[in-house]
Write a protein that binds this ligand. Structure first.
Ligand code: UD1
Ligand code: CA
Length: 461
């Protein structure tokens, strides 16, 4: 199959979003819409060069997609989708082969649908193949008008459609595969004599139909795939559908999701079998979760690697961290970026960890702050322990060895080291290193006054 040139339209302002941000930068299930479309294109083998048409907030869009292997073309004025494609005429002329055009506001589109569309255009050797779907409520979309042979005669925009045409349920997805030379020709023929006074890309279809005699519709099975996000209601719907689709995929592969309608798993997340995901849990970014692990309810895991047989209890927040097998975390634990829990660690309630490694089998069971620390194996960090890592100007490291016993409410003032099997008494404020096998105690409570029993008795009388 010939390689195709891809054009992604992302120059429009997205007025209906009522936003200060370009529509295509809005996120669905944790990723911008334009990025989702690009990801799907890049999954298709026969994708050659990709060109993104930018205009409104072009700096932000370019920056956002910056390091990806794509080119950019500017559409200075947003005069319509046909005009936008026209800005890439040079690329179309040079490429000669098939041209795939997509709108950056269709985040649910799948790579295999793109593959099917481009293959269809090639096999049938048509002027164009257009992705379509039948919708119960087609309003807002361009309607597909077919001829007697079942091919596409033209596409009529919602605003320009007659009463009869508005009844057509088959709509234009905004995804096309054109014969390059015919598209190039057609772009010179369109005008802006329509309701929106824009150069419609859809108008190239009737020209190509006349020239080649054949523009074929390729209908998607799952009509949700073609949702075009124009306003915030569409955005919410696209989000919901993406989360539903992802939950279905995991359930089919052996993950228990207690309430899929109230669980938010982003498409990039990987989950092992026999995991249990409780309601109101968010699994986000490049998160990977090993088998037989339970998460939630009300927990969030972002860009983290979680091992097998891990228990992440209610209301935990885990970000950019590594959790090895057999750990238990929470409820109400906060693992901030750079945290690593080795196998069998227990982190209990109201514990915050940041940029810290905690050794095998160590316990931090209650109410502690552990920042910039290296803690060894088999150590116990008592309730209320604070790793005082900040002197007001700089952060400092704390090292705690193996089999250490840190008493409740200890403050370890960094930089500091507590050697293997060292101990601290409850309430100790430790400002110097503690040697291995050594116990230090803080300021013990002193007798302040003696309460006379006699006096008390008299008082009572
Ligand atoms: C478009 C189609 C419609 C189809 C629908 C599918 C046209 C004329 N209409 O309508 O038939 O059913 O998509 O979702 O093509 N853009 C530019 N430059 C512009 C205008 C738009 O780059 O001058 C970009 C936008 O950023 C957006 C995409 O093109 O990503 C589609 O534009 P939009 O205004 O959303 O088109 P629709 O009205 O939805
Ligand atoms: Ca749209």
């Amino acid at each position: 199959m010939a390689d195709f040139l891809t054009l992604i339209l992302a120059a429009g302002k997205g007025t209906r979003m009522k936003s200060d941000v370009n529509k295509v930068l809005h996120e669905t299930a944790g990723k911008s819409m334009v990025q989702r479309v690009l990801d799907q294109v890049q999954e298709v083998d026969s994708a050659a060069e990709t060109v993104c048409i930018v205009g409104y907030q072009k700096k932000q869009v370019k920056q956002h997609l910056g390091d990806k292997d794509i080119k950019f073309v500017t559409q200075k004025e947003q005069l319509g989708t046909g005009h936008a494609v026209g800005q890439a005429a040079g690329f179309i002329a040079r490429h000669q082969g098939p041209v795939l055009v997509l709108c950056a506001d269709t985040p649910l589109l799948r790579a295999d649908t793109i593959e099917k569309l481009t293959a269809c255009q090639q096999q049938e050797d048509t002027g164009a193949a257009v992705l379509t779907a039948k919708l119960d409520d087609p309003s807002g979309y361009g309607r597909i008008v077919r001829n007697k042979k079942g091919h596409i005669k033209c596409i009529v925009e919602d605003q320009d459609a007659s009463k009869e045409q508005k009844k057509i349920k088959e709509v234009n997805a905004g995804v096309y595969c054109f014969s390059g030379p015919l598209l190039f020709e057609a772009l010179n023929k369109i005008d802006s004599n329509n309701e929106q006074q824009e150069y419609y890309l859809t108008d190239t279809v009737s020209y190509i139909n006349n020239q080649s005699g054949k523009v074929i519709p390729v209908e998607v099975h799952d009509s949700a795939e073609i949702i075009g996000v124009n306003d915030r209601r569409d955005l919410a719907r696209a989000n919901k559908l993406l989360y539903q689709r992802t939950a279905q995929k995991h359930m089919v592969s052996g993950v228990t999701i207690i309430d899929p309608d109230n669980t938010y798993i982003e498409p990039e997340v990987k989950i092992g079998r026999d995991c249990v995901i409780h309601p109101f849990t968010f699994l986000q970014g490049d998160t990977e979760i090993g088998p037989h692990t339970a998460v939630g309810p009300y927990s969030r895991v972002f860009a983290s690697s979680i091992g097998k047989n891990v228990q992440i209890k209610a209301s935990c927040n885990i970000k950019e961290s590594i959790v090895h097998n057999e750990c238990t975390i929470g409820p109400f634990a906060n693992l901030r970026p750079g945290t690593e829990l080795k196998a069998g660690v227990k982190v209990g309630d109201f514990v915050e960890l940041k940029k810290s490694q905690i050794g095998r089998g160590t316990k931090v069971p209650h109410l502690s702050y552990v920042g910039d620390a290296e803690v060894g194996e088999g150590t116990n960090i008592g309730a209320g322990t604070i790793f005082a890592n900040y002197d007001g100007q700089k952060k400092h490291k704390t090292r705690v060895g193996d089999d250490v016993f840190i008493g409740s409410n200890t403050t370890l003032v960094a930089p500091i080291t507590v050697g293997d099997r060292g101990q601290t008494g409850a309430g100790a404020v430790v400002t110097h290193d503690v040697d291995p096998e050594t116990t230090v105690i803080g300021v013990p409570a002193r007798v302040y006054s003696k309460n006379s029993k006699k006096k008390n008795k008299q008082d009572q009388d």
